[in-house]
Ligand binder design. Sequence first.
Ligand SMILES: [Zn+2]
Length: 111
Amino acid sequence: MKKTKLRKVSKQRAKENREYSKVLSSWRQHRIAKDGYLQCQFVGLPYSLDEWYDTDGRCIGRAMTAPHHKKGRHGKLLYDEKFFMALCAFHHSWVEDNKREARRRGLILYK
Ligand SMILES: [Zn+2]
């Protein structure tokens, strides 16, 4: 079989995907060890539609299995747990839809 550039790229991509899922599963384990389950890390308003939050005002929604990347997903940042944040679907969209406010609160750290 002739090797093409496309094949090479997708092999690289496959390797990145494997690496990423390894990082994610260890990140999830850390989060679960800390909170008992994969809890959303969003604190304060707006509360999710269910208005579930603990006494510290932290959302108690179940987070999505992939984190929000506070510093973006560029290059090695994709794997950097320091900048991962567990967010439920509601707060994930909130951050996406309210970038300016999210940046003000330190939830978005890239330019
Ligand atoms: Zn949440």
